[in-house]
Design a protein around this ligand. Sequence first.
Ligand code: AMP
Length: 292
Amino acid sequence: MEIGEMEILYTPADARRYVLQRQREGESVAVVPTMGALHDGHLSLVEIGKQQCDRAAATIFVNPTQFAPHEDLDQYPRTLEQDLQRLQSLGTDAVFVPEVAAMYPDGCSTSIVPPRVANRLEGQHRPEHFGGVCTIVLKLFQCLPCDVAVFGRKDYQQWRVIESMVADLNLPVKVVAGEIVRDPDGLAMSSRNRYLSVAERQSALVIPQALDQLVSQVTQGQKDVALLQANLLRSLDGGGIEDSARVDSVDYAVIVDAKTLEPILELDRPAVALIAARVGATRLIDNRLIEV
Ligand code: AMP
């Protein structure tokens, strides 16, 4: 099926045929994997795909294996009509929208053990998550044997996990990362932001604000990671000031090596500050690279 010039691919066989045909014609193909409920962050990745390759395709698939039983798989926003419109008006060449049964047929039992960089942080708080992510991303690369795959730095650890998997398994795809796209108030765009009430959204703003404060402390010369992390936590708790905006709980707020995500004591190498926190029932993640 087509919407305007954009091809809608429903089956793995159609997807594969599409990419191989383009490549046979001498064109390169970029793929942007998503779970839909698209916002400008996702669309910025499609723009990068278009810059990097002759053709840009997106995938929309809410992958069940990366959700734990208590997580929001059933409630995850699904806005396919609108997503297809947005992709089409951006000039996306193709979109792969497989059914769950096409990606996980009955009896399907193989999965990927994620690389070491998956073990900490999100990996500790969501133990099954990266196994599901790696498995579906590898399967999507099989369906769409693309030249370039674009991921967002919003999911910083996920990007590093995919990068490692691609290297470890000699996958013939170049992984490119796009910057975090934020709303004007500073909140990183996320499909889950729509769950936030007006008051919760105000509280959630302490997350980018805490990262801004961290950067200004680093700019002033602070290099002690323990101290910076303590300040980061304090900022997320509204600076300890009664009645000020704060998150409800923090899964982690750390400053770690930018590539391995291992702990560091001092800012003596490229680092990243990573936050996962809850506001009401919504779990939000954000991060900031800290160049030294
Ligand atoms: P998702 O649909 O949440 O699985 O995200 C699909 C891709 O979009 C992932 O590579 C995300 O990192 C990326 N992404 C999500 N939000 C943003 C954002 N605000 N800015 C840039 N990339 C994003």
